[in-house]
Every structure is written in C-alpha cells, then in structure tokens.
Design a protein. Structure first.
Length: 461
C-alpha cells in the first residue's frame, strides 16, 4: 500500500515539533549537546513505544483500538489492520468452502479416504467407514492396513501400482463387492486419495452373463457335433456333380464357424473365471514367435503379406506358454487377415524401461479412433462383413485382453487411418527375466520349446 501524503505530512510535523523543542531549550540556556541528545532521545522513545504497540497489535488477534498514533505509524497500523481483515475474510471463505466440500463428499455414494505418505488416515467420509467396517470414533493418523484385516488390500497398497483398480469383498459387508482405486496428489510430501466404489450389481450381472454364455456353449456343443457328423456323412456319399453338394458344404462351413464361436466362448469364460492356471514357467518368447510365424507363412503368402520378425533371444517370459501362444498368434493372424494384401506386418519382442513389450505393427488402412476403445469387447467388429469373410469369431481380442490381465499385463492399441495399427502387449518387471545367450548357441536353447511342449494350441482368431 503506497504511503499517503497525509501520513508523511504528519510525520514531518512531528519531527518539526521535536526540532522546535530542541531550539527552545537552546534559547533557554541549555547546553547544545544536552538539548540535541535530549530531543533525539525523546524522538526515538516515541518510535520505540509505537514499535512495541505495533508488536502487541500483531500478537493480539482481537484487534486493539488504535489511539494516539500519527504519521507513518498510523499508516503502518492501518495497513496491518487492513491485511488482517482481508486474511480473516479469506479464512472465512476457506472455512465455508471446506464445509461445503465435506458435505458434498459425505453425500457421495462412494467411500473416500485421504491417506498420508505413510498410509495413515487423514480424513474419510461415512461411506468409507461403512465399506471398511471402521465404525465410529477418531481414526486420524492411524494406518488403514492396521484397521482393516484384508491381505489383498495390504498387498495392493504396498505394491504401489495403482494403474488398475482392485476388486474385493467389502470388509464391512461381505455381500458388497468394492472396486478400490487410488490416486496420488500433492507434490512434495505425497498424499493418496482412495475411493471405494460399490460394483455389486455390475459384478453379479457380469457373472450372470458369463454363466449364461458358459451354459449355452456347453448345451450347444453336443447337437452341433451330431449335426456336423451327419453333414460329413452326407457330403461323403453325395456325388461330386450333385446340386446338393454345394449347400451341404456351406452348411458344414457354418457349423464349423458356430463350433469355433462356442470354443472361443468357453475359453473366454475359463479366462474370466480365472480357471486357467498361470504359473511362472520360463518361456522362450523368440522361439514361440518363430513357431507362430511358420504357421502364418501360408496365410501370408496367399495374401502377399510381408511378415518381419525381430526379438531379443535372451528375454524370457514367466507364465503360461499355451495362453501366451494363443494371445500372440491371435494378434499376428489378425494383422494378416484384416489388412489389405501386399502390406507389411512387423513383430518385435524387446524391452521398454521396466516393461517387456511385444508389438505387432502393420501399415494397412488403420482403424478409426472411435473404434479403438471398444475393440476388446465381445463380438465387436470394425467392419462386420470383412471380419466374417476373414473367418474371425469376434472374440479374439477379448481373449487376448483376458490372457494379458491374468498375466498382470496390458494391451495398448494405437492407430491412425491410412497409417496402420499397432497392438502392444506390455508385461511388468515381475513377468520377465533375461538369460545370457552365448554366441553360436541356439536362441533360448536352455528353455523348453513351447511348440513341442504344448502342441495343438488354439488360435482364437
């Protein structure tokens, strides 16, 4: 705040009065030195008293009355009082804001907990108390893991990988299914926002859909097998020139397609229910990819595709070889089947920071951006007619996503129209390791060949 002219004039007037007092003392016969020292002492004493009053004014929040103050000190007291009033208004606004915020969060259907850097509770709403069975009473500065006996939640918080939500039964109500998500915020001393969302309805709805698909698939397998058997008998006994042979062959083709759909549905149900075992068996991925590439050669030659394979021979995967073979072969076969002829498909296996990454990249027509978020949905097709002509069931990418999920991995899809598409499988550090490869030795020779150990793996394309 600029110094006002009135305050400066009062200060100069006050200084002139002290000078006049010194002059009067000199006229009265006082010693010059004594008069000057006495005047300065009185002037400095005045300022010292005002400084003490200002200090007391700052320490007293009640705001004492200001009396007998002039000049720059009056200006200083007014400025301080003005700042105090502004600060008080700001605090009142802040208190009203936090009061509204707490009411808003308390009214949310989701449980919210603010955790400190050490996992201690800073604040939580009533829904969080209900979800975690924390009851009433003060819980601030107590660690959540000490209050909730849930090993899955403890492992999730200790791992610190919050890219995915955690699903578990609510500790406060086993009939409730919660989706736990954690977000980091505040720089410096980090804090965490934990949100618990009730997904009981969605969970049981999804389970019902999965059970329905599984039951229907089981029920259809036997009649389809019988139908196919009769069709094969009729085709074998029908003369080659018969007009009924072509309809019979088409019926066999559609029956085979229905059997493929049922087989994929059964596999997807097993993956979603975590019936497939994962394990941590070392797998020579480069060797596996070479086996898939050999199987894809016939398809690539027929469509005049160029298939290029490159990979790190010392980089091995820890998991289920059969499932990983299904996922990788699906991506490679899809890239060949769903891109125009004479295009190039690049398959690379390597590392990107802490992740092992398999990339399948093509330079085809690309996929419109609006389709990318839904590509892993069941039976979703970018171009339904072309997908059926290519022989797909519409479940391949859904199966790939489930296989990667149970291996703690993720599928990233990027594409631009006219510039091709890239499907990247990213595996975290605990799912891969590196073995030394001596010059002249076979790639991954110390590991069992997946094609030899698990023949006849299903290719869900």
């Amino acid at each position: 705040m600029p110094l006002r002219r009135k305050a400066l004039s009062q200060e100069l007037l006050w200084l002139a009065l002290f000078a006049a007092a010194v002059g009067a003392a000199l006229i009265g016969g006082a010693e010059p030195a004594t008069a000057v020292v006495g005047g300065l002492a009185a002037y400095l004493s005045w300022h010292l008293v005002q400084a003490v009053r200002l200090l007391l004014f700052l320490q007293d929040n009640s705001g004492p009355k200001i009396r007998w103050i002039w000049g720059v000190w009056r200006e200083a007291f007014d400025s301080v009082r003005s700042m105090q009033r502004r600060e008080e208004k700001r605090k009142r606004r802040q208190r009203r804001f936090f009061a509204r915020f707490r009411k808003m969060v308390a009214a949310m259907p989701n449980g919210v907990i603010i955790l400190g850097s050490g996992g201690e509770i800073s604040w939580l709403n009533p829904q969080a108390r209900m979800c975690f069975g924390l009851g009433e009473g003060a819980l601030e500065d107590r660690k959540l893991v000490d209050l909730v006996d849930e090993p899955i939640l403890l492992d999730y918080l200790e791992a610190g990988d919050f890219d995915r939500a955690l699903e578990l039964e609510a500790p406060g109500d086993p009939a409730m299914i919660l989706s736990i998500s954690v977000s980091r915020f505040k720089k410096g001393r980090q804090r965490f926002l934990l949100e618990a969302r009730d997904i009981t309805r969605q969970h049981y709805l999804h389970q019902s859909q999965r059970d329905f698909s599984l039951n229907v698939s089981h029920e259809l397998r036997t009649p389809l097998t019988v139908i196919r058997g009769y069709l094969e008998t009729l085709c074998d006994t029908e003369p080659a020139q018969s007009t009924r042979r072509i309809p019979l062959l088409r019926m066999m083709q559609q029956t085979q397609r229905m059997q493929d759909v049922i087989q994929d549905l059964l596999m997807l149900s097993r993956l979603e229910s975590r019936a497939e075992t994962v394990g941590r068996i070392p797998l020579a991925v480069r060797e596996l990819l070479e086996g898939i590439a050999q199987e894809a050669e016939e398809l690539a030659q027929a469509s005049q595709h160029v298939l290029a394979l490159s990979g790190d021979p010392g980089l091995v995967f820890l998991g289920n070889a059969s499932l990983l073979r299904s996922a990788f072969s699906n991506l490679i076969f899809n890239a060949i089947r769903h891109t125009p002829v004479r295009t190039r498909v690049d398959v690379t296996w390597g590392t990107d920071g802490d992740y092992a990454v398999l990339e399948v990249r093509d330079n085809g027509a690309g996929i419109p951006a609006r389709h990318l978020p839904r590509l892993t949905e069941r039976f979703y097709r970018v171009d339904a007619s072309r997908s059926r002509d290519a022989g797909g069931t519409g479940l391949g990418l859904a199966i790939v996503k489930q296989i990667l999920d149970i291996h703690d991995a993720s599928l990233l899809i990027s594409s631009e129209e006219g510039r091709g598409a890239t499907f990247a499988c990213r595996f975290p550090r605990q799912r891969w390791s590196r073995l030394p490869v001596e010059p002249g030795e076979g790639e991954g020779a110390a590991l069992p060949s997946p094609t030899a150990a698990e023949p006849g793996a299903k290719l869900p394309v």
